[in-house]
Write a new protein. Structure first.
Lengths: 165, 103
């Protein structure tokens, strides 16, 4: 079980990081979108490895299903003429590296603090504690979240609707 | 399972910085949205990892993950609508060329 879990984690790590780098570096935008869906699937596998099956199911439903399709629609509605690869990067990439690398080192150090923490993964599924939390203590934020979704839907329709006159 | 918590946190941090680099470096607005989604997903991974590690106390991290799902869905819907309406004014999704949000 230990060897199996570690091997599964290594596979998922390679998939997540590789596909994530592919999203940023891919020349064709459709490739980026599909690699993004693959990254989401790998992260869902990590959720399963952590014992959070319900969150993994939500991840597959919402991210791999809904958000990827939405972004593919966005790609479809904004056709671009193919351009040389170098033009896809902005001019401030060295500034970006200057800011990202120190923060990345800091976070790596922080993550290293947890190296001999106890093995991840609680016992039992996460459906019952998740449901009791959401519909108990977090009932009001849950309703507010539904209002937020409604407002976002109305806003998206108003933004995209063509003027009739 | 033998995988330590720090391994998940490290993967989450790397994924978050890949997303950050995508937001900072790419020009295509749709790819920038995808990179923001990668960052949100990295956050979800860290939250679930910590939540399962301290599962004896509570399961609050997974609740926050569900709310992040909601906010991510709203963000993608509104973001794509903004990109589409900007594309209608000028047929480009290049954030260097979109210099005004005025309709």
């Amino acid at each position: 079980m230990d060897i199996f879990g570690a091997a599964f984690f290594a596979l998922l790590t390679i998939g997540t990081i590789g596909a994530g780098v592919g999203v940023v570096l891919a020349n064709r935008i459709t490739t980026s979108a599909l690699l993004m869906a693959f990254t989401f699937l790998n992260v869902a596998g990590m959720f399963v490895l952590l014992g959070a099956e319900t969150v993994a199911m939500f991840q597959v439903l919402i991210y791999v299903g809904a958000i990827t399709v939405l972004i593919l629609y966005g790609v479809m509605f904004t056709p671009q003429s193919p351009r040389p690869y170098g033009l896809f990067f902005q001019t401030q990439k060295y500034w970006a590296a200057l800011f990202v690398v120190p923060i990345a080192i800091f976070v790596a150090v922080v993550a290293f603090e947890f190296r001999d923490s106890a093995a991840a993964g609680g016992s039992g599924g996460d459906l019952v504690p998740l449901a009791t939390s959401i519909f108990g203590d977090f009932a009001f934020p849950f309703e507010v979240a539904s209002v937020l979704l409604l407002a976002a839907m109305v806003g998206a329709i108003v933004l995209v609707k063509r003027d009739e006159e | 399972m033998a995988v330590p918590l720090g391994a998940f946190i490290a993967v989450s941090a790397v994924l978050f910085f890949i997303g950050t680099a995508g937001v900072l470096v790419r020009r295509n607005a749709v790819v920038i949205l995808m990179s923001v989604e990668l960052m949100l997903n990295a956050t979800n991974l860290a939250l679930v990892a910590f939540s399962r590690r301290f599962a004896s106390i509570d399961e609050r991290g997974s609740v926050f993950v569900v709310f992040i799902f909601v906010v991510a869905a709203a963000e993608v819907a509104v973001g794509l609508a903004i990109i589409l309406s900007a594309y209608r004014n000028r047929p480009t999704v290049d954030v260097d060329e979109i210099r005004q949000m005025k309709g």
